[in-house]
Design a protein. Structure first.
Ligand code: IPM
Ligand code: MN
Length: 345
């Protein structure tokens, strides 16, 4: 019989609250014969305060044995900026070679967004996940003096760019509109920009059915808000993708709905699914966090593991729930219960 071994990293702030709802919906949607084994890993701010550890090697090795990881949120104001981000979240993305950071945007019915009432918004950002300015390549000279020089070098390898560009073409080819847009800034970042554009054009020759387009990142932010329907699949580097996907979330339903997958396509390592939002310490424990982004991340997880029908059920449940949402405010738990009821009903 089939089984899923899932590691969860609830993390900080609202992370544990939303992960609980994600797991609730996951168990409700899985067929009876699929055995779900979950284990929770205690990582994040509490652990760091208690032991000084962010992600010990033993736990990294243990996580590597799972089929997938569900992560809530990482980060707390009591921990210096960057400690958990670099030492835990980015360490996982790098160690498990999550080079495809998949971030879909859809305008769901009944959502309050600046674009409500606009025609179909349904695009996906393929954000590179292991390179760019995220590698920590750089340094500072004469630190803390008026003569300080700080550099943060963006690393772009032919290998790294080609594999993510190829993945984006594959995804574009599988979608009805078959359009792929490269976003970069090759009028200024000429070295990395040339590598990305040349790779995009060369690989594109193998995908004659895919329409291509190029936009500088600044122009892309304008089009994302004024003509979001022009996008189908977007491929871009790690930092541009970080910024564009927050913008995409805010225009297409709010950060409470934005899901993501940190994917290692070949499956050499477990892929990791997480809401795009952060730990929101200001509302932690109040029951006000919207678990929908985590539940939609569970849908991405299901699809990645080959449970396409179940993934669609989860997405349909979210759509129906959003359409039915009135002004009445529900708690995190109530939204999770409603979604679990819809997927099992
Ligand atoms: C995200 C987050 C992370 C990123 C931070 C927390 C390191 O903003 O997942 O988008 O920049 O990738
Ligand atoms: Mn971000």
């Amino acid at each position: 019989s089939r089984s899923i071994r899932l590691a969860s990293i609830p993390g900080d702030g609202i992370g544990p609250e939303v992960v609980a709802q994600g797991l609730k919906v996951l168990s409700a949607v899985l067929p009876q014969d699929v055995k779900l084994e979950t284990e929770s890993f205690d990582l994040g701010a509490r652990r760091w305060h208690a032991t000084g550890e962010t992600l010990p090697d033993a736990e990294l090795a243990a996580l590597a044995e799972y089929d997938a990881i569900l992560l809530g949120a990482i980060g707390d104001p009591s921990v210096p900026s960057g400690v958990l981000e670099r030492g835990l979240l980015l360490k996982l993305r790098f160690a498990f070679d999550h080079y495809v950071n998949l971030r879909p945007s859809r305008l769901f019915p009944g959502t309050d967004t600046p674009l409500a009432g606009r025609p179909d918004i349904d695009f996906v950002v393929v954000r590179e996940g292991t390179e760019g300015p995220y590698t920590g390549n750089g340094g500072s000279l004469r630190t803390g003096t008026p003569a300080e020089v700080a550099t943060e070098v963006s690393v772009n390898t032919a290998y790294g760019v080609e594999r993510v560009v190829r993945d984006a073409y594959e995804r574009a080819q599988a979608r009805p509109r078959r359009k792929l847009t490269l976003v970069h800034k090759n009028n200024v970042l000429v070295h990395a920009g040339r590598l990305w554009k040349d790779t995009f054009d060369r690989v594109g020759a193998e995908y004659p059915g895919v329409t291509t387009d190029y936009l500088h990142v600044d122009a892309a932010t304008i089009f994302l808000t004024t003509q979001p329907e022009r996008f189908d699949v977007i491929v871009t580097d790690n930092l541009f993708g970080d910024i564009l996907t927050d913008l995409a979330a805010s225009v297409s339903g709010g950060i409470g709905l934005a899901a993501s997958g940190n994917i290692n396509p070949a499956g050499a390592f477990p892929s990791m699914f997480e809401p795009v939002h952060g730990s929101a310490p200001d509302i932690a424990g109040t029951g006000r966090a919207d678990p929908t982004a985590t539940v939609l991340s569970v849908a991405l997880l299901l699809r990645h593991l080959g449970y396409a029908a179940q993934a669609a059920r989860v997405e349909e449940a979210v759509e129906a729930d959003l359409a039915a949402r009135g002004a009445a405010r529900r708690t995190t738990d109530e939204i999770g219960d409603a979604l679990a009821a819809r997927v099992s009903g």
